[in-house]
Design a protein around this ligand. Structure first.
Ligand code: NCD
Length: 335
């Protein structure tokens, strides 16, 4: 794998490979010493043109736990706010010999531009571009669903037969788009529930069922109910009358949460608007995967960085889960 730009073009084998390597990485994250030497000497640049808390620190933790050097570059306070172009920024990173660039950008397609422009030779990881895609979020969501559902028997499995319902601001959500493609590739059945005003026009070409009634969806008892944030910052019009109205029709309220089967996991990518799309009872319950998603995000991003920067998956003897102290080269030397 050279870049990770989207899940639409990610095939099943590569998706499962990332999830399985993430299992290995998670094994190392339960140890007292969490650091692996795998990416020693490599430089990862976090290039964030949009605000982020979890995704940026998650990529930073992932890169550091693989011993890479990390440079955080946020657009605020940089020359970007003085009007420097993506091309000039990219060429600066190239001159600094970045091995991987993690990019979040307000424009859909910016990561692909960076990857295909010839400006840089680094691997490019999309950390969210406009309303287009957010592939590592979908991968960590799939990982979380698989783990909750299959536990220790997760490795190598896809999500055949698993039913996932995604609720809320689909229109502005790159998380929803990346999840639709990935979950479909992994065999899950995906349903969307939203107000008609927040369903994208091109949804007829997506491999999903679309509904408008959250009570029906709740009664249906999916395996996972994924609530999305209302992305007010991307709204240039009134998509619903008031927040109270939205919550009444499309929010996971205490009443709906009580009606949800015990076996349904409640997901949210964060940041949550408590009381709007999700009530505190649901967010803080044992059925909520919100914090698991954050924890799993580090393992999944370690896997993605590893597969992009360290080449093919190692043979079992070099498996990061069983071998934390030496790199393959050091082992050569020790022989
Ligand atoms: C998401 C994003 O930025 O697309 N958040 C995240 O990465 N954890 C979703 C959101 O902002 O609502």
């Amino acid at each position: 794998m050279r870049h990770l730009l989207d899940t639409r073009t990610l095939d099943r084998a590569d998706a499962l490979r990332i999830l399985d390597v993430a299992e290995d990485m998670a094994g190392t994250q339960r140890r007292e010493v969490k650091k692996l030497p795998t990416l020693r000497g490599k430089t990862v640049v976090n290039l964030f043109f949009e605000d982020s808390t979890r995704t940026r620190i998650s990529f930073e933790a992932a890169a550091k736990r693989l011993s890479a050097d990390v440079i955080n570059f946020s657009a605020k306070g940089s020359s970007v706010s003085k009007g420097e172009s993506l091309q000039d920024t990219a060429q600066t990173l190239q001159a600094m010999a970045a091995d991987a660039v993690v990019i979040r950008h307000g424009a859909s397609g910016a990561p692909r531009t960076l990857a295909t422009s010839g400006w840089i030779s680094a691997g490019v990881l999309n950390a969210g571009d406009g309303t287009h895609e957010h592939p590592t979020q979908a991968l960590l969501d799939a990982y979380t669903i698989r783990k909750r559902r299959f536990g220790d028997a997760s490795r190598g499995r896809d999500l055949s037969g698993v039913r996932v319902t995604i609720v809320g601001d689909i229109l502005h959500s790159r998380v929803a788009r990346s999840n639709v493609w990935l979950l479909h590739t992994l065999g899950a059945k995906v349903a969307l529930v939203a107000p008609p005003t927040l369903v994208p026009q091109d949804v007829s070409g997506w491999p999903v069922q679309v509904g408008y009634d959250l009570d029906e969806a709740v009664a249906d008892g999916p395996d996972a109910l994924m609530m999305l944030r209302i992305q007010a910052e991307r709204m240039n019009a009134a998509y619903f009358p008031t927040e109270r109205e939205y919550s009444r029709h499309w929010g996971l309220t205490p009443e709906r949460f009580a009606a949800l089967p015990e076996s349904t996991m409640v997901m949210h990518p964060g940041p949550m608007n408590r009381g709007l799309e999700i009530c505190a009872q649901a967010a803080d319950s044992p059925r909520s995967t919100v914090l698991d998603q954050v924890t799993n995000g580090v393992s999944v991003r370690m896997a993605a960085l590893y597969l992009l920067l360290a080449g093919e998956r190692p043979a079992p003897a070099d498996d990061p889960a069983t071998n934390d102290a030496t790199t393959p080269n050091q082992k050569e030397d020790a022989r």
